[in-house]
Design a binder for this molecule. Structure first.
Ligand code: PRX
Length: 645
């Protein structure tokens, strides 16, 4: 942890929307008078029928219910597109930068309007109606954003599935939300390599049949089209009009479902609704990034994650900003790519993940310093704790010591940023997400749920609702309550550990549940375990995270084989391939240890604490092992550990 403080530079404060005195005053009002505060700020978006009720929320364990602006009506796509036409029709809405540095495209708000309308009509043509779920499995091309906004336009609920997920993971998500239409592309392109998206959809549809598959042509690669189910987007788009009236939606009508991993069971469909989500995404985008009209803003996330939803598509477009969308990877064709793109498009605001920063830091400063980056004004970080070394490198080398860094803490469930500096208001401390955004009331509790005051460390809860909060787990409200409101009754439990320092700054320490964060991607250890035990040679598996220089956390798997199976290196490789096939490459175990036995209590519960310690190579402090059914297994685990310092 670092104690260095970086005060707000005078020139940053001078142009900022919010300086410290305003932050203090607005924050106070936002928690003392949420109805007044949000009633006012809700007007930042256009409503068809204005709301008269603002906040109607309960965290009561027996009756969790979250509604914001509940009698207002709006259309999210009209807010992100139509309302900008008059003033900003010819202004770039999306700058698309291809995987290949020779490919880019500028899409103005007028273009975006035409494309979204056409896409909406194509979906209508496929029989998609208000309330239907549409699965989007796309590469990072503008059509992914058009598809999302087209769903919003006609009131369909999109479920974007990250293009790196396997056919099985895709099938599970299609099935869970009973989606009958999938939008995909022939192939994706990342780092010069093709991703067989359509062929994955075909495999998924064998398990989870769908009525229609809309295929966008990206690479022109050879793919199979199934008669009666699959259509080419460009052929359908040629036939439809470029006008589609936006459907009037209630503020609490669902906008999207996004699957995310938890500590148990299969991924949960996190459900977000329309009004509160859009107010929150657009307001955080403007204030956290101190966005001003005309600036070029780039978030490097994929639209398959919540960061892509809120801070590539909905937040920036609701604000009439220019959002850059990047198809490729940080290291292709070389490790200078991010900074070359910043120079090429004069990027002012740049938002990425610590894992990318660490990887690029390792590639050497010259890839950064040979670019200009003079357009950059603000840097952002999201997805995992940023270690002070990476923060300092980002600040000094990438930002030349002149761009504040906003370390933004939030989650798929929160819809938008909850704890973050505001560039004109907050002095920075490397590694700290600093202070709560307006309306957000964090608290730290001990394991019994007792509130800790002042400087303290424990588990992070949020004590009251904010407009961007998820409303339910799709189709399973009880699971929503059990997951988030049962551990500390009456509080939203984040699953994160946290320290608050004497200045009231928050330092997120990482997950305290069985979720690990691998390169900023959230992964349930239970999911990787069930993929492993699905292999015929595996009898039992336990998965934990361990510190990894670039990924933040790596995946460490302890595997017990079926009687008579040989523990070979070949089998390790086979198991890695197997997990990739079952879930996707992001779930590949980094280290596998064959273990004849796992440490279990006498009641058969696996003692993960011990497994974590061994994986971290810090087994001097294993704690009490006397309650184990067979304490000798621990010696074998230590002797054969895979992560020796
Ligand atoms: O552990 C926290 C970590 O990422 C988790 C949420 O993951 P996900 O839902 O995939 O959303 C990621 C992008 C919003 C959190 O519970 N996390 C996210 N941002 C930070 C962070 N940890 C520390 N600092 C952050 N800035």
């Amino acid at each position: 942890m670092s104690d260095t403080v970086f005060p707000v530079p005078a020139e940053v404060a001078a142009r900022a929307h919010i300086v410290d005195a305003q932050y203090q005053e607005m924050y106070r009002r936002s928690v003392e008078d949420p109805d007044g505060f949000w009633g006012e700020h809700g007007k930042r978006i256009d409503w068809i029928k204005p709301y008269t009720r603002v906040k109607n929320t309960s965290f009561d364990y027996h009756n969790v219910s979250i509604k914001w602006f509940e009698d207002g009506t709006l259309n999210v796509s009209a807010n992100c597109v139509d309302r900008h036409l008059e003033k900003r029709g010819d202004k770039p809405a999306i700058i698309w930068e291809g995987d290949d540095p020779n490919e880019h495209k500028v899409i103005t708000y007028n273009d975006l309007h035409r494309e979204v309308n056409k896409f909406a009509n194509v979906l209508h043509g496929q029989g998609v109606k208000k309330g239907d779920r549409v699965t989007i499995y796309m590469p990072m091309i503008p059509e992914a954003a058009y598809a999302m906004l087209a769903c919003a336009r006609i009131g369909a609920i999109h479920s974007v599935v990250f293009g790196g997920f396997s056919p099985d993971s895709l099938a599970q998500r299609i099935e869970d939300c009973k989606s009958e239409c999938v939008i995909t592309a022939d192939e994706g392109l990342r780092g010069g390599r093709k991703v067989p998206l359509k062929s994955n959809v075909d495999k998924a549809a064998e398990k989870a049949p769908v009525k229609s598959v809309v295929v966008v042509r990206r690479t022109g690669g050879d793919i199979a089209m199934r008669e009666g189910r699959d259509v080419w987007y460009h052929e359908e788009a040629d036939r439809v009009s470029d006008h589609c009236r936006p459907v009037e939606m209630n503020a609490e009508d669902p906008l999207f479902i996004l699957y995310t991993s938890g500590s148990t069971g299969k991924p949960k469909g996190v459900m977000h609704t329309s009004g509160g989500y859009l107010v929150y995404a657009s307001m955080t985008h403007e204030y956290v990034f101190d966005y001003h009209e005309g600036e070029i803003y780039w978030c490097t996330a994929d639209v398959g994650w919540v960061t892509g939803h809120s801070y590539i598509v909905y937040g920036p477009l609701a604000n009439g900003a220019t959002t850059l969308m990047f198809e490729g990877v940080p290291t292709y064709p070389g490790p200078g790519r991010f900074w070359e793109v910043c120079d090429k498009h004069d990027v002012n605001i740049f938002y990425t993940a610590p894992t990318a920063i660490r990887a690029l830091m390792g590639a050497g400063d010259e890839h950064v310093t040979q670019t200009s980056r003079k357009s950059l004004r603000l840097l952002g970080s999201v997805g995992e704790p940023i270690n002070p070394e990476a923060w300092t490198w980002y600040y000094n080398v990438v930002g030349d010591g002149r761009c504040p860094i906003v370390d933004t803490w939030w989650q798929t469930e929160t819809g938008g940023i909850l704890i973050t500096p505001l560039p004109g208001a907050t002095d920075l401390k490397p590694g700290s997400a600093t202070r709560p955004f307006f309306g957000v009331q964090p608290a730290i509790v001990d394991s019994e749920g007792k509130f800790l005051e002042g400087a303290s460390e424990g588990n992070l809860v949020i004590t009251d609702s904010w407009p961007g909060q998820m409303r339910t787990v799709y189709g399973d409200h009880e699971r929503f309550i059990q997951t988030y409101f049962a551990t500390y009754k009456g509080q939203y439990f984040t699953g994160d550990g946290c320290r608050r320092d004497e200045d009231g700054y928050y330092w997120i320490t990482g997950r305290v549940d069985d979720v690990i964060n691998v390169s900023g991607h959230r992964m349930g250890t239970a999911e990787v375990e069930s993929a492993l035990v699905a292999h015929p040679k595996v009898s039992e598996a336990a998965v934990v995270g361990y510190p990894h220089d670039i990924k933040g956390q790596g995946i460490y798997a302890y595997v017990t084989l079926m009687e008579g199976q040989e523990p070979t290196d070949e089998l390790k490789k086979e198991l890695v391939r197997h997990v990739r096939n079952e879930i996707g490459p992001i779930a590949s175990p980094d280290l596998i240890q064959f273990a004849p036995g796992l440490p279990k209590t006498r009641s058969g519960k696996i003692m993960r604490r011990i497994l974590r310690k061994i994986a971290e190579d810090s087994f001097d402090s294993l704690g009490d092992t006397s309650t184990l059914a067979d304490p000798t297994v621990v010696d074998d685990l230590i002797d054969n550990r895979q992560n020796r310092a």
